[in-house]
Design a protein around this ligand. Structure first.
Ligand SMILES: Cc1ncc(COP(=O)(O)O)c(C=O)c1O
Length: 386
C-alpha cells in the first residue's frame, strides 16, 4: 500500500490576490462539530449569516445569502438568474474579471456589449451613460468594483444612478472589495452583487455572498424561461434560505457557514469605519516603503485599491526570482501580473486579516534583502509613527 505523508501545509503569509490570511477564530469555527442542514441550530446560524451579510453589504435586501461555491459561482448566479437568453448587457472590461463576466454572460445565452478600457484604468460612467441614452434595449450594466488583476477601484455611485434612471439592472462584482472598501449596495442602487470569502473577509475560499434588490427580484419573478442552471437556480435556493418552511435544495456546506459567520462577526466587532481605515493605513505605509526602493504604483492615485496594491517591477529586477525567494526564504506569497501586465507588476495584497503592520514591515524588510536596497522599512515606520 502506498503511504502518504500527514497533511501539514507550511504556514505562509498571504499577501497576494487572495486567499488572505485566515483568522484563527475562523479556523476554529471550521472545525466545530458538523450538524444537519435542517437542524434548528443550523437554521439560526443561517439567519445570523444573512444578517451579518446585510451589514457588510450595507443593504436591507431580503435575498442576501452565501452561494455554496467560490466567487465565480456568485457571478454565474447573478447572470443566470437575473437575465434571460438574448438580453443585451453592457459589461465593463478592464481586467481579467470583466473578461470572465463576458464569458459567463455568453454561456447563458446573453449578448454582452463590452466596454473595454486598458488594464489598470476605470470604466468612465459618462461613456456608459451615453450608451444607455442611445441604445434602448439594454437589460443591465455589469462592472467589477475591485479589479484584482490590476488593483483598480471602479467608482460605482454614478453608474448606479444611471442604471436607476434608465431602469436597467446594475450588477457588481464585489469579490475583492467587500470588507476592504465600502460596498454600499442600497445607496449606490446596486441590484445584483456577488463576492467571495477568501479576500477581505479572511475566510477560506468556498462561499460566494450574493445580494439582490427588489428590482432584481421582480425581474427574476417575471422570467418567461427557466434558469439555465440547476445548482444555482435561486427560485429553489431561496426556499431553503428565506422561507419559513425551509425546503432542502442541496446540502449546505455546514462548516463553511460556521466559518463565514465567524469571519463576518470579526469584521462586525472591528466596525466598518475602522476596517476601511486599517486597509488604507497599511497600504499607505506599504507604498511609502516601496517608493523608497523606486517601486511605483501601477494605478493612478484616485483609483487605487488599498487591499490590492499593484506596483511596477523595477527594470533589472527578476520578477520570478524575487517572488520565489519571498515565498521560499520568507514564506511570503505575493501575486504576479496577469495578461498584458504579466512580468510588469506585482500584486501585493493587504486584505482583511493580512492587512497589518507586521506584514507590511516584514514584507518590506524581506524585499530589501532580496533586491539589495534599503530604506523601505524606515519609510513605512514613519507613516506608522505619524
Ligand atoms: C474580482 C474577482 N472576481 C471574481 C473572482 C472569482 O472568484 P473565485 O476565484 O473565488 O471563483 C475573483 C477571484 O480572484 C476576483 O478577484
Amino acid at each position: 500500500m502506498k503511504s502518504y505523508e500527514t497533511l501539514d501545509p507550511t504556514a505562509r503569509i498571504l499577501m497576494g490576490p487572495g486567499p488572505s490570511d485566515v483568522h484563527p477564530r475562523v479556523l476554529k469555527a471550521l472545525s466545530a462539530t458538523t450538524i444537519g442542514h435542517l437542524d434548528p441550530e443550523f437554521l439560526k446560524i443561517m439567519d445570523e449569516v444573512k444578517e451579518l451579510l446585510r451589514w457588510v453589504f450595507q443593504t436591507e435586501n431580503e435575498l442576501t445569502i452565501p452561494i455554496s461555491a467560490t466567487g465565480s459561482a456568485g457571478m454565474e448566479t447573478c447572470f443566470a438568474n437575473v437575465f434571460e437568453r438574448g438580453e443585451r448587457i453592457l459589461i465593463g472590461v478592464n481586467g481579467v474579471f470583466g473578461m470572465r463576466m463576458t464569458q459567463v454572460a455568453k454561456k447563458y445565452g446573453l449578448t454582452p456589449i463590452t466596454f473595454d478600457k486598458p488594464w489598470g484604468e476605470i470604466i468612465d460612467p459618462d461613456a456608459i451613460g451615453a450608451l444607455l441614452e442611445t441604445e434602448d434595449d439594454i437589460a443591465g450594466v455589469a462592472v467589477v468594483h475591485a479589479e484584482t488583476s490590476t488593483g483598480a477601484n471602479q467608482p460605482l455611485e454614478e453608474i448606479g444612478q444611471l442604471c436607476k434612471k434608465h431602469d436597467v439592472i446594475f450588477l457588481v462584482d464585489a469579490v475583492t472589495s467587500l470588507g476592504g472598501i465600502p460596498v454600499k449596495v442600497d445607496e449606490w442602487n446596486i441590484d445584483a452583487c456577488y463576492s467571495g470569502t477568501q479576500k477581505c473577509l479572511s475566510c477560506p475560499p468556498g462561499l460566494s455572498p450574493v445580494t439582490f434588490s427588489k428590482k432584481a427580484l421582480a425581474k427574476m419573478d417575471a422570467r418567461t424561461s427557466d434558469v439555465e442552471s440547476w445548482y444555482l437556480d435561486l427560485t429553489m435556493i431561496r426556499k431553503y434560505w428565506t422561507e419559513d418552511d425551509r425546503a432542502y435544495h442541496h446540502t449546505a456546506p455546514i462548516n463553511m457557514n460556521y466559518a463565514i459567520r465567524e469571519a463576518l462577526l470579526i469584521l462586525y466587532e472591528e466596525g466598518m469605519e475602522s476596517l476601511f481605515a486599517r486597509h488604507k493605513l497599511h497600504s499607505k505605509a506599504l507604498l511609502a516603503g516601496l517608493a523608497e526602493l523606486g517601486i511605483e504604483p501601477q494605478v493612478e492615485e484616485a483609483y487605487r485599491l488599498p487591499q490590492l496594491n499593484a506596483v511596477k517591477i523595477p527594470d533589472g529586477v527578476d520578477d520570478k526570482a524575487v517572488r520565489g525567494a519571498l515565498l521560499n526564504k520568507y514564506g511570503i506569497e505575493i501575486g504576479a501580473g496577469l495578461g498584458p501586465l504579466a512580468g510588469k507588476i506585482w500584486r501585493i495584497g493587504l486584505m482583511g486579516n493580512s492587512s497589518n503592520e507586521r506584514n507590511v514591515i516584514y514584507f518590506l524588510s524581506s524585499l530589501e534583502q532580496n533586491i539589495s536596497k534599503s530604506g523601505a522599512v524606515a519609510a513605512a515606520q514613519k507613516i506608522y509613527s505619524e
